[in-house]
Design a protein around this ligand. Structure first.
Ligand SMILES: [Zn+2]
Length: 284
C-alpha cells in the first residue's frame, strides 16, 4: 500500500517537473528566462491560471485549447509531463525512496530536455548542461557521505569522467570534421558529455559515445528517413532531421545529443554489465 502511495507521489512530482521542463524547452532556445514572466498564451497573452497549469489534467480539461482565444496547445506539453512523471516513477521503482532515485530522476529529466531541444532546434542550452554538471558533481559528494553512490560515479570518478567524456567527444568531433571537411558536431555535445561523464565516470562515458554512434545511423536511416519519404513527418524538426539523413547529413550538424542522451541512461543503468559482458566474450 505504502509503495502505491509513494509511486503516485513520485509520478506527481515528476509530472510537475515535466511541466517546468516544458518551460525550459520552450524558453532556453530563445534565450529567455525560465523564472519570469509567468506562462502566457503565445497568441493572445492570456496568463495561465494555476487551475490551468495542472500537469496533463489541464491540457485534457481545456481540450488542447487556450481558454481565452481557443488557440491550440501543443500535445508536446502533456506528453513531456507524462514522460517525466513516468521517469520519476521508474526511478522510484529502480531505487526506492532514496537519494539515488532522486539523482537518477533529475539526471534523466535533464537528458530528456536536452534530447528534445537538440531534435527541435539543433542546440543544447547551457541551462541544462550547466545545471546538470553542478547537480551531478555536488550530489556525488552527498551520495558518498550517504554511502549510496551506485550506479553513479563517486566524486573522483565524476571529475575524471567529466574530463574524459568532454575530451573524447571533442576528439570524435575534431576527426569527424577533418574527415567530412565540415563541422561535424556542435559544442553542445561537448557540454552534454561533461554532464554524462560526471554522472557515469570515465569508462562508461566512452561506452555512451559508442552506443550513440551505433544508434544514430540506425535510427536516422531506418526510421526517420523512411518516415519523411512517405511524407509522414510533417513536424519541422523531424523533417530537418530526416533531411540530414537523406542529404548525407550535409546541410547541418548531426543532432548527436538526441542519441547521446538515451545512450547515457543505458550506460548508467547497464554499462557495467555491458562492459563485463564485452570483456568476457572478447577474452580481454
Ligand atoms: Zn490564447
Amino acid at each position: 500500500m505504502i509503495e502505491i502511495l509513494e509511486g503516485i507521489y513520485a509520478f506527481v512530482v515528476g509530472a510537475a517537473m515535466g511541466s517546468f521542463l516544458n518551460v525550459c524547452i520552450g524558453r532556453w532556445p530563445e534565450g529567455l528566462s525560465v523564472v519570469k514572466p509567468r506562462s502566457r498564451c503565445p497568441k493572445c497573452g492570456h496568463g495561465i491560471k494555476a487551475s490551468e497549469n495542472i500537469p496533463i489534467v489541464s491540457w485534457l480539461m481545456l481540450r488542447a485549447k487556450c481558454s481565452s482565444c481557443r488557440e491550440r496547445i501543443s500535445i508536446q506539453y502533456p506528453i513531456v509531463e507524462l514522460l517525466v512523471g513516468l521517469i520519476w516513477l521508474d526511478a522510484y521503482g529502480h531505487f526506492g525512496m532514496s537519494f539515488t532515485a532522486f539523482r537518477a530522476a533529475v539526471f534523466a529529466t535533464v537528458l530528456l530536455g536536452i534530447a528534445i531541444t537538440d531534435a527541435k532546434h539543433f542546440l543544447i542550452p547551457d541551462g541544462f548542461t550547466v545545471f546538470g554538471v553542478f547537480f551531478v558533481l555536488l550530489t556525488s559528494f552527498v551520495a558518498l557521505y550517504l554511502g549510496q553512490s551506485e550506479p553513479f560515479a563517486g566524486p573522483w570518478d565524476a571529475i575524471l569522467g567529466m574530463c574524459v567524456g568532454a575530451g573524447a567527444i571533442s576528439i570524435v568531433g575534431w576527426l569527424g570534421e577533418v574527415w567530412l571537411k565540415r563541422p561535424a558536431m556542435g559544442f553542445g555535445d561537448v557540454t552534454l558529455m561533461a554532464v554524462v561523464g560526471a554522472a557515469v565516470g570515465p569508462v562508461r562515458s566512452l561506452l555512451t559515445i559508442f552506443i550513440a554512434a551505433v544508434l544514430a545511423p540506425i535510427v536516422l536511416l531506418a526510421i526517420v528517413y523512411p518516415l519523411s519519404a512517405r511524407g509522414l513527418a510533417d513536424d519541422k524538426g523531424q523533417t530537418e532531421l530526416a533531411l540530414e539523413a537523406g542529404g548525407g547529413w550535409r546541410k547541418r550538424e548531426l543532432p548527436f545529443g538526441v542519441f547521446l542522451a538515451p545512450a547515457a541512461l543505458v550506460a548508467l543503468l547497464h554499462g557495467d554489465a555491458i562492459i563485463a559482458w564485452y570483456l568476457r566474450v572478447s577474452g580481454l
